[in-house]
Design a protein. Structure first.
Length: 247
């Protein structure tokens, strides 16, 4: 039996399957990950420009990077991997997606239940007076964009040096404890606290299916079934095996 069919059967027989996704799933949508040699992160060191203390010290400087990221995200479109996960949810095969990405591409592909571990860029807020702004209502012509109170506003992403929002943290942890199948896609899941999720799921008896171009720290330790190929390719093949099974 092919590994795609094994994966399809696991999905069809699972009580509650969830997906954990990271930067790797969006690379095919033109969004570079931190390791990419080209693109945004070759010009801006993410550990510096992505840190909340840099933003507080010099919002104008960090906003130069954020506005480029904003443009890149506006241009990006969901790829076959995002669409396949949305289709799995529609078919009742997948309960939810936990993503470490801030690009909203899961929702744009049609996924409805998405836990955004690191926030998103659809809205912005002021850290002084807590006022919220929709992204389309904020002009980036002059940087940084300012709140009515005079303070620089920021996207609702989680910067380095900030905590994951409680709600996302608790819901993701619960989902990892309750699932019996976890798809790990485009992430090496090495950064805590997301790193605990596959381990927690495994401890509770879940089957771990991993799709990553290169092997990760999970692959030879806790992964049950590994696909070393682009996520869109694996997920589409698994989905078509599901359709075959259902015939
Ligand atoms: Zn304010």
């Amino acid at each position: 039996m092919s590994n795609y069919r094994i994966a399809a059967e696991r999905l069809l027989n699972s009580r509650r399957a969830i997906a954990l996704t990271g930067a790797g799933i969006s690379v095919e949508s033109g969004i570079p990950d931190f390791r990419s040699v080209n693109g945004l992160w070759s010009r801006y060191d993410p550990t510096e420009f992505g840190h909340i203390s840099s933003f507080r010290e010099s919002p104008a400087r960090v906003w130069k990077m954020l506005s480029e990221m904003d443009e890149m995200l506006l241009r990006a479109v969901p790829n076959p991997a995002h669409f396949a996960l949305a289709e799995m949810e529609k078919r009742g095969l997948l309960s939810l997606v936990i993503t470490q990405n801030v690009d909203s591409l899961h929702q744009r592909a049609g996924s409805r239940d998405v836990i955004e571990y690191h926030g998103h860029t659809r809205s912005l807020r002021c850290d002084r007076c807590r006022k919220k702004f929709q992204r389309d209502h904020v002009s980036l012509d002059i940087l940084p964009p300012l709140c009515d109170c005079g303070y620089a506003i920021r996207p609702e992403i989680v910067f380095f040096g900030e905590e994951i929002p409680d709600e996302a943290l608790v819901n993701a942890y619960k989902a990892a404890c309750d699932c019996d199948l976890m798809l790990i896609i485009g992430t090496s899941a090495v950064v805590a606290p997301a790193a605990y999720l596959p381990r927690r799921a495994k401890e509770r008896g879940a089957f771990l299916l991993e799709i990553n171009l290169a092997a990760t720290g999970l692959t030879n330790k806790i992964t049950d079934l590994y696909f070393a190929e682009p996520a869109g390719k694996s997920l589409r093949a698994i989905l078509s095996a599901v359709v075959d099974e259902e015939k």
